[in-house]
Design a binder for this molecule. Structure first.
Ligand SMILES: Cc1cc2nc3c(=O)[nH]c(=O)nc-3n(C[C@H](O)[C@H](O)[C@H](O)COP(=O)(O)OP(=O)(O)OC[C@H]3O[C@@H](n4cnc5c(N)ncnc54)[C@H](O)[C@@H]3O)c2cc1C
Length: 509
């Protein structure tokens, strides 16, 4: 199944079944699923390695995750363990290290709490802090389980494929009705049904914000049900060797299944003939053809850069009226002396000093210390601390090189000063430091304005407004975090399964 390429400016003479633009986890899951069905697939990646926001980089003996490091989807049971399943579909697996807790929160007014892997232990700790709300706490999180239990019995494929919908409805009618009930709801509405305490409701906001980057009122209940339950079910598990292993293994599986991937292959245009997507043009002038084109770039990149913005389909215009780009992140990748961290330090932390600042730029600080789980990612005697905080591209544009460097350094110093509250002495324990801004995210991840992904402009009806994989342009599909069900590695893996299923049915396999 090797492609016959002639390496000319005209490009390959071969027509692939599918070309996938981008090797993020959404793109790779789609590609591996299609290759496993026997289709001829080519993945085109603009960067040097696969993974996108789940990639990595190496400096002076450290291997840093560029983004994601709190990984869902590696469970061994149920159907929502989509990373385990995606790898297995192409004969791959990854050794993972279980995390004893999802997050250690350091919140205003001394609200210091760990989300234990054990559900009852977590409920007890939260109940100890809000004794009058013990019952409401249980009711809210139990309702999240109700959503999760519906999802976790059914094969998660394309919701825009009627045959699948009928099949799954007859197999699991109650679970389907449960999901239909929760699909248009947001976590905030459900939380307020059970909980009164304003501080506890703020905590629920943060529980949502730390992965959806919007408060509970705008966070779809389907996503909340997944996250708030799976952390106690499949758990959070870190891939040995770093998050980059996920993409690397998917690529191995893709190639073993007969698929291809090309790096430094930036797509500059989606070729449309008679209104249908039929191929892509690369930055080197090559044109490549396929029966189906799948974009793993964000919707903004796909419809405004790879296609003429003037031709933006009406459905995309309507989508943009409902969703906007979230901010990017200011990321600080640190190497620190190991004795900085006391025993029992958790891998993931959230720090916020003032509830008013939760959504503000440089408000909430996220911290991951993956070397607590896999020490091989740093030189002996050192740890990695990856810390990041929301930041808009507009704050980083129009600066001279000198001013940009100075502003980065000042922002890094501000973050480190705040981290002293949870890691006293961090400023003097530094061995390595690298700062990435929204510009860095835009450049290396190929994401418009370096955005983390789409967020609702206002309160919407749960997940109802998120598009599936087909687009208004025949032959063109989208996959990844600007499709249902949104951001996060397990979520984009869901999108990949759904996209491959839809494309497979459309191609008659
Ligand atoms: C700082 C940070 C922390 C995060 N933490 C977590 C976490 O702890 N847990 C979690 O689950 N999720 C986390 N996420 C979110 C998660 O990483 C993303 O939602 C997910 O990786 C997005 O995957 P994707 O498939 O949509 O695409 P992306 O990862 O965006 O990949 C798209 C790929 O397409 C390529 N591409 C784009 N345009 C072109 C083109 N024209 N030609 C060729 N190639 C192109 C890009 O180079 C990239 O490789 C985090 C994200 C960030 C930024």
């Amino acid at each position: 199944m090797t492609a016959i390429t002639n390496n000319s400016q005209q490009g390959s003479t071969k027509t692939y079944d599918a070309i996938v633009i981008g090797s993020g986890i959404g793109g790779l899951v789609t590609a591996t699923q299609l290759a496993a069905k026997g289709l001829q697939v080519l993945v085109l990646e603009r960067y040097l390695i696969p993974g996108g926001s789940a990639g990595y980089f190496e400096r002076e003996g450290y291997r840093f995750d560029v983004g994601a490091s709190m990984i869902f989807g590696f469970g061994s049971e149920g159907t929502t363990n989509l990373l385990t399943r995606a790898l297995a579909a192409v004969g791959q697996e990854i050794e993972t290290i279980p995390d004893a807790s999802q997050i250690h929160y350091h919140l205003p007014k001394g609200l210091d709490l760990k989300v234990h892997r054990d559900y009852e232990q977590f409920l007890a700790a939260l109940g100890d802090r809000f004794p009058a709300e013990r019952e409401g706490i249980r009711k809210f999180y139990d309702e999240c389980w109700a959503v999760f239990n519906c999802l976790n019995v059914m094969e998660l494929l394309s919701l825009e494929e009627l045959g699948y919908l009928f099949r799954v409805f007859f197999q699991h009618p109650l679970a389907c009705l449960g999901l239909v009930k929760y699909l248009p709801q947001n976590a905030g509405d459900i939380a307020r049904r059970h909980i009164r305490d304003p501080e506890l409701l703020k905590f629920i906001d943060m529980e949502c914000y730390c992965w959806s980057v919007v408060p509970a009122d705008q966070t779809p209940m389907i996503n909340a049900g997944m996250v708030f339950s799976d952390r106690h079910y499949g758990g959070i598990n870190y891939p040995k060797g770093g998050v980059g292993q996920i993409a690397a293994k998917l690529v191995t599986g893709l190639e073993q299944a007969g698929g291809e991937i090309r790096y430094k292959a930036r797509v500059t245009e989606i070729v449309i003939e008679e209104g249908k997507a039929v191929g892509v043009k690369l930055a080197n002038g090559e044109t490549l053809k396929a029966r189906r084109i799948i974009s793993n770039a964000t919707r903004w990149d796909t419809f405004e850069k790879l296609l003429p913005p003037a031709d933006l389909p009406k459905s995309e215009r309507r989508w943009q009226e409902r969703y906007q780009k979230s901010p990017s992140f200011l990321s600080l990748h640190l190497g620190v002396k190991a004795d900085l961290l006391p025993p029992e330090t958790e891998c993931h932390h959230i720090l916020l000093e003032d509830w008013q600042e939760m959504e503000a730029p440089e408000g909430t600080i996220f911290v991951s210390i993956p070397t607590l789980l896999d020490p091989s990612l740093a030189p002996p005697g050192y740890h990695i601390i990856h810390t990041f905080t929301p930041s808009w591209i507009s704050d980083w544009e129009g600066l001279s090189a000198k001013d940009y460097a100075k502003k980065k350094e000042e922002a890094g110093d501000r973050l480190i000063a705040r981290l002293e509250a949870i890691f006293p002495g961090i400023g003097s324990a530094l061995d390595y430091q690298e700062i990435g801004t929204a510009r860095t995210h835009r450049r290396f991840l190929g994401r418009d304005d370096g955005t983390y992904g789409p967020i609702p402009r206002r309160k919407l009806l749960g997940l109802l407004g998120m598009p599936f994989n087909r687009t208004a342009i025949p032959g063109l599909y989208c996959v990844g975090d600007s499709t249902f069900p949104g951001q996060g590695l397990n979520a984009v893996a869901f999108s990949g399964f759904a996209c491959a299923h839809r494309v497979g049915v459309d191609l008659g396999v």
